[in-house]
Design a binder for this molecule. Structure first.
Ligand code: B12
Ligand code: SF4
Length: 619
């Protein structure tokens, strides 16, 4: 089930609204000496292909964006802790500026939910009087905000509020809280006052719990779908967030200082940057178009150039990854960006900049933009990830075909850009096929390699939260609950594990993924690549082979046991959609909450009791 769409014409913030809240907060920030810790939840069990290197060496843009927004508004006592680098970090022991922070923010993807919960639980160990206001956000809460609140009355823990949106939602929340906060009041206490008086209900993009006096969540109130910032130039500059990174360590506590600028590059040599958001396609397994309210949001070329130049100057960053859903989505906007970057200089010399970057595009749009690929290359693009899924479009159709795919790869290679295909393996796809059409997974891997693919991503078709196919996959009973006695856990939902299938021998699917990777990444290909690289960029090919072999070893180690379990059988299927067990309602009244999935208990009956508790000051 997709996120509901806001009323047409009301999907975006008005121009200048994000700038406005930033400006207003800057004026009041100095009256509130706030300290904030932002943690990125990361489950190390997810370390394998296809993103084995990028997962650790690219500080995530989401937490950096939130950090940048806080710093930009004047909250300079902010620190970003990445569990990738600080796996022992314990929120209950954190101190910043010598004190327990006022705000503890957690960001998580769905696959890192277990760590997200552990972080929140640990923060809840801080005694209620000193406890920071706990705010959860990121791709997990965007689709499943209830997941950060305990549904077990005997085991209460939970965030105070889940943000189902972006910077603007958080800043609006802070603006409301700071407008009523007295100087010596804790942010959590202020939050409870604001919540109980209904002051948060006018900020779309929040889900908060109404709790009883023991802190047990009785119902979740959903303020609806956020309005999105349309002009991404209004976002705070990403250069700010890099100042806030906690240095990697094995400690449970925080260091005295953030990572110095001259060491950022050694830990995070790739800078992920927001360039555009949204995609015009409508693939039923993808949540992205609905999340973006079918809007395409972009930064200007000038702004992107300024971001890259400053990041290079201040941190020495030269490699970037665009957090785009489909960078080539809109020809005019794409050209504006690449033409500007192609002319950009990093310094006063006459030489063009030396940034190198990559991002995601589609086969369809690559062909459409073929005559502009030389400019794309001049802009610094050296690798493009393409969602090929299945070249024969047997299962997934979005304008790709065998000829289109090979042609787009050829064009990219001709222009010195590495094509990086992303494939989706599905129940009806064999490992190898005979005949004129290359249905088989290996047939396609072979064709793509021949056409110049520098890397390969093979993921199993798995229901994604927020996609059209999501709920149907559960009601039709294809999603596994457990296999041979082992439960499917959230870290296994990364599409590397076969956790949803109608295949009679699903272990074959698991082994097929390994076989495709082994076919693509192996010592022979590495050696061959040294002599006759597939790419014009000589070392790119052998470098990718080395990373691929390392990633394959991890993928094998982590998923082979699952393949054996699948062989043993005893597969139990889920019958219900994973919905909130805590009743939910919309802030407008007992109407269904925007983020509630079918099967969520409807709040309303308990509403009166809880509201009166809330009014009496319970938290
Ligand atoms: C770049 C990217 C990657 C990169 C880097 C990820 C990273 N850690 O930086 C790489 C290539 C490594 C990657 C890997 C994967 N990715 Co990825 N990735 C993306 C992509 C395209 C951009 C992410 C990004 O930087 N966005 C820009 C930032 C600014 O946005 P953001 O992170 O959403 O943060 C904003 C809000 O969420 C919010 N927010 C975030 N945190 C917080 C915290 C608080 C407290 C608050 C208030 C707000 C808040 O405010 C932020 C600013 O606007 C997104 C899709 C997208 N367009 O967002 C998918 C996405 C994040 N990836 C996804 C997935 C599934 C994966 C993989 C599992 C794929 C796979 N099978 O291997 C792996 C996981 C690897 C791992 N072990 O973690 C999913 C996550 C789905 C979910 N519900 O959790 C996404 C959303 C794509 C999708 N399907 O919609 N990915
Ligand atoms: S083309 Fe890619 S980003 Fe666009 S809807 Fe399809 S899967 Fe999602």
């Amino acid at each position: 089930m997709e996120l509901p769409r806001r009323t047409r014409g009301d999907e975006l913030l008005k121009p200048g609204e994000l700038l406005g809240v930033r400006h207003r907060l800057r004026n009041i920030a100095r009256q509130h000496d706030l300290t904030t810790v932002i943690a990125y939840a990361f489950d190390h069990r997810t370390r394998m292909l296809p993103f084995i290197y990028a997962d650790m060496r690219m500080a995530p843009a989401g937490v950096r964006a939130i950090g940048s927004a806080l710093l930009d508004c004047g909250f300079n006592k902010t620190r970003i802790v990445l569990q990738q680098w600080n796996r022992n970090f314990r929120p209950s022991q954190m101190r910043l500026d010598g004190r327990i922070p006022d705000l503890f923010l957690v960001s998580s993807m769905q696959i890192h939910s277990a760590q997200c919960e552990a972080l929140i639980r640990d923060a809840c160990r801080i005694d209620p009087v000193n406890r920071p206001l706990i705010i959860a956000g990121g791709p997990k809460t965007i689709y499943e905000p209830w997941g950060v609140f305990s549904a077990d009355p005997l085991d209460p823990w939970g965030a105070d509020v889940a943000v189902t949106g972006e910077e603007y939602v958080l800043l609006s929340l802070l603006e409301v809280l700071l407008s009523i906060r007295s100087s010596d009041e804790s942010m959590r206490k202020t939050f409870i006052r604001a919540r109980n008086s209904g002051m948060l209900d006018g900020i779309p993009g929040l889900v908060y719990a109404l709790t009883d006096s023991d802190g047990v969540a009785q119902e979740l109130v959903d303020t609806g779908i956020q309005r999105l910032v349309g002009d991404l130039d209004e976002l705070p500059h990403p250069v700010l967030g890099y100042q806030l990174l906690e240095p990697p360590s094995r400690r449970t506590t925080l260091g005295a200082q953030a990572l110095p600028p001259n060491r950022v590059r050694s830990y995070s040599p790739i800078g992920s940057l927001v360039l555009t958001f949204g995609c015009k396609f409508n693939c039923p397994y993808c949540p992205i178009p609905a999340y973006n309210q079918r809007q395409h949001r972009v930064k200007s070329g000038a702004r992107i150039a300024s971001e890259m130049v400053r990041l290079q100057r201040e941190y020495g960053l030269r490699y970037f990854f665009g957090a785009d859903d489909n960078f080539f989505n809109d020809e005019k906007r794409t050209l504006e960006i690449v033409e500007t970057l192609a002319k950009t200089r990093s310094d006063n010399s006459r030489k063009r900049h030396r940034f190198r970057w990559g991002t995601e595009v589609t086969v369809h749009d690559t062909l459409k933009l073929q005559q502009h690929l030389p400019t794309v290359r001049k802009a610094g693009v050296r690798a493009l990830w393409l969602g090929v899924e299945d070249m024969t479009a047997t299962f997934v159709k979005k304008g790709q075909s065998v000829n289109n795919t090979t042609e787009s790869f050829r064009l990219l290679q001709e222009n010195g850009i590495c094509p990086m295909p992303m494939m989706m393996h599905h129940d009806t796809q064999p490992l190898v096929s005979r005949g004129p059409k290359p249905y088989g997974l290996l047939n396609q891997a072979r064709l793509m390699r021949k056409a110049g693919a520098c890397s390969l991503q093979v993921l199993m078709m798995t229901p994604a939260t927020g996609s059209k196919l999501y709920t149907g996959a559960f009601t039709s009973g294809i999603v596994y609950e457990s296999v041979a006695g082992r439960r499917v856990e959230s870290y296994m939902l990364d599409a590397n594990y076969v956790v949803a299938s109608e295949h009679k021998q699903p272990w074959k699917k698991q082994l097929n993924i390994l076989a495709a990777y082994l076919y693509f990444y192996n010592p022979l290909r590495f050696l061959y690549g040294l002599v006759r690289p597939v790419s014009k960029m000589y070392l790119a090919d052998s470098g990718m082979q080395l990373i691929g072999m390392w990633g394959l070893a991890q993928t094998f180690r982590r998923t082979i046991g699952w393949a054996f379990r699948l062989m043993r059988g005893n597969i139990h299927h889920k019958t219900a959609i994973p919905a909130s067990r805590i009743p939910m309602r919309s802030a407008d009244g007992p109407a269904p909450a925007s983020h509630a999935l079918p099967g969520t208990p409807q709040a309303g009956l308990v509403q009166l009791g809880v509201n009166s508790m809330a009014a009496a000051g319970a938290d």
